[in-house]
Ligand binder design. Structure first.
Ligand code: FMN
Length: 161
């Protein structure tokens, strides 16, 4: 699959098949994702593979669409606001790379906003100085929905002098 096709055909997957996703597959997509841009080669990301006990504690209303794998993506915090912001941005690039690499192999991802819930940090027992960017369900899609309409970029571009 070409890059442009992966970008436009990747979808947020609501429900997954139970088919196994192997550790080797996950590692290969994560190893692809690490080529994300990151300032000063900070490589500010870490990944938690969420086991069944922790998954039960997270109380996601849809149980991550019954995904066979749940991953938490962390980024390194900092007392320096600029560094923290850049670490978050680099990790968002890393996550998108991961989603595209997986999707190119037919495996989908489900974003959640659980990262923003107050008890998530505690449940995940984060390494010191790390924050949660997102927690994703990962698996073979039961269905790939059609793309939602996007606003043409021509209406969002302004030319400056
Ligand atoms: C930061 C972020 C948080 C999101 N949180 C949720 C969420 O809590 N629940 C959900 O169903 N989708 C969530 N999504 C996925 C969006 O709903 C989805 O990307 C959007 O509807 C566009 O669909 P598509 O990804 O299939 O193009 C989130 C996406 C992002 C980037």
């Amino acid at each position: 699959m070409q890059v442009k096709e992966a970008i436009t055909s990747r979808r947020h997957i609501k429900q997954f098949k139970s088919d196994e996703v192997t550790d080797a597959q996950l590692l290969s997509w994560l190893d692809t994702a690490r080529f994300a841009p990151n300032h000063r080669m900070a490589e500010p990301w870490e990944v938690l593979v969420i086991g069944s006990k922790t998954r039960a504690l997270l109380h996601h209303k849809a149980n991550f669409g019954d995904a066979p794998v749940v991953l938490a993506f962390l980024y390194k915090g900092s007392e320096n606001e600029v560094d923290k912001f850049e670490n978050l941005v680099a990790t968002a690039c890393f996550v998108q790379n991961f989603c595209l690499a997986a999707f190119a192999d037919g495996v989908g991802t489900r974003w959640t906003s659980i990262a923003t819930k107050p008890d998530t940090k505690e449940i995940l027992q984060l390494p010191e100085n790390y924050e949660v960017l997102t927690i994703l369900g990962v698996g073979y899609p039961a269905e790939v929905p059609p793309a939602k309409e996007r606003t043409p970029m021509v209406s969002k571009i302004k030319h400056m002098s």
